[in-house]
Design a protein around this ligand. Structure first.
Ligand SMILES: *[C@@H]1O[C@H](CO)[C@@H](O)[C@H](O)[C@H]1NC(C)=O
Ligand SMILES: *[C@@H]1O[C@H](CO)[C@@H](O)[C@H](O)[C@H]1NC(C)=O
Ligand SMILES: *[C@@H]1O[C@H](CO)[C@@H](O)[C@H](O)[C@H]1NC(C)=O
Ligand SMILES: *[C@@H]1O[C@H](CO)[C@@H](O)[C@H](O)[C@H]1NC(C)=O
Ligand SMILES: *[C@@H]1O[C@H](CO)[C@@H](O)[C@H](O)[C@H]1NC(C)=O
Ligand SMILES: *[C@@H]1O[C@H](CO)[C@@H](O)[C@H](O)[C@H]1NC(C)=O
Length: 311
């Protein structure tokens, strides 16, 4: 995304084992900011990062990216749970000169707060959507359906939501269906197939996904298979991997994280940004608990990371 022609030429002349994935304009950031290590927040936009868009689960862009224009790093506002200020907030972002072209709505409304869900009933969500979301359609903004969980209950919730809109006299017209998935690739592909069968004419964004709590090699295989799949399928418009945090604070297991406990890109983290493997192994132990061996590993890793920055 941020590659210039000369950088591409420079990369093309490399004869090392460094390989790059096909660059993807679909790829974005589920931003999980680090208050403890604010420099981590810049990793996702540094060097030649592929990431072209981000969301914060919130209606405001992040201060961490205030020096990035919307064209450079597209902010996608989210209405996390019913609110009466969403419409005016998006309108003021737009009137302030920010080209808001897409929005996301209701984070896991079929899930409880203990698992990060907004726990909203479909009727309440529908009436709030009618006042705060549907008017954006006329302004040319593309609307994301409520981002339900990947559980069977998600389908029921979403169907009830669209029914509740209709019974309140409005068609809630979603332009894309966001998907959340934690599990293996077969399950992910099957889930996407089921969503596609249910909403055949609506494109899909995969706005949270990972293989949680698995071995490093399984997790890497899952990552590569899913990225290849998302890049290949036209109706999958965008995707954002759940892993923009250090392995020691990961709630989806250390191997899914894109940063090690020391804040260095893991292989998955580097691949996601469009770079080469780093051979940095994530651990569930904090950096403070680092052993002599981990320190030695960091030195080696620093060399590889510097190579990535040069590219
Ligand atoms: C994953 O994809 C990257 C980039 O294409 C490649 O370098 C790496 O070998 C792949 N890893 C696995 C485990 O398939
Ligand atoms: C943007 O701001 C961050 C700090 O908020 C800084 O680390 C980064 O270098 C800045 N990037 C550019 C391109 O100015
Ligand atoms: C606004 O953003 C959309 C999506 O990125 C893009 O297609 C469109 O050209 C942009 N409009 C302006 C006026 O920049
Ligand atoms: C909603 O959409 C359906 C199907 O496109 C249409 O038949 C119906 O009249 C619409 N209802 C409203 C209230 O616009
Ligand atoms: C999807 O689009 C096709 C072709 O435009 C149309 O025939 C079909 O009725 C649509 N299906 C739904 C569920 O809207
Ligand atoms: C997955 O890993 C996280 C963090 O390491 C842990 O809190 C959670 O209990 C694990 N879940 C399962 C199902 O093993």
């Amino acid at each position: 995304m941020l590659f210039t022609t000369s950088l591409l030429l420079a990369a093309a002349t490399l004869t090392s084992a460094d390989t790059f994935q096909t660059r993807s304009s679909k790829r974005g950031l589920v931003f999980v900011p680090s208050a403890k290590h604010p420099t981590d927040n810049q990793i996702w936009v540094s060097g030649n990062s592929d990431l072209s868009w981000y969301y914060t689960y919130n209606l405001s862009p992040s201060a961490a990216y205030s020096n990035r224009t919307q064209a450079e790093f597209e902010f996608v506002p989210m209405l996390w749970s019913p609110s009466t200020t969403f419409l005016s907030s998006v309108q003021s972002l737009i009137s302030g000169g920010r080209n808001i072209s897409h929005i996301l709505t209701y984070n896991e409304p079929d899930g409880t707060s203990s698992t990060g869900g907004s726990d909203v009933d479909p009727k309440t969500a529908a009436s709030n959507w009618i006042s705060q979301v549907q008017p954006l359609k006329k302004m040319g903004v593309k609307l994301g359906a409520p981002a339900v969980t990947g559980s069977p209950g998600g389908f029921t919730w979403l169907a009830d939501f669209f029914d509740a809109c209709a019974s309140q006299g409005t068609n809630c017209t979603a332009d894309f269906i966001p998907i959340h998935w934690y599990g293996n690739f077969a399950g992910l592909a099957s889930h996407i197939g089921q969503v596609r069968a249910t909403y055949p004419n609506t494109s899909i964004w995969v706005t949270e996904y990972a293989l949680n709590n698995a071995s490093l090699s399984e997790t890497q295989d899952f990552f590569n298979m899913s990225a290849e799949y998302f890049d290949r399928i036209d109706y999958i418009e965008r995707y954002s991997y759940f892993g923009s945090f250090r392995s020691d604070v990961s709630n989806v297991g250390p191997n899914a994280a894109m940063l090690t406990q020391n804040g260095l890109l893991t292989d998955i983290g580097s691949w996601y940004l469009g770079g080469a493997a780093t051979n940095n192994i994530p651990s569930s132990e904090s950096a403070a608990a680092a052993t002599r061996a981990a320190v030695f590993g960091t030195v080696l890793v620093g060399v590889v990371a510097a190579g990535f920055m040069v590219l």
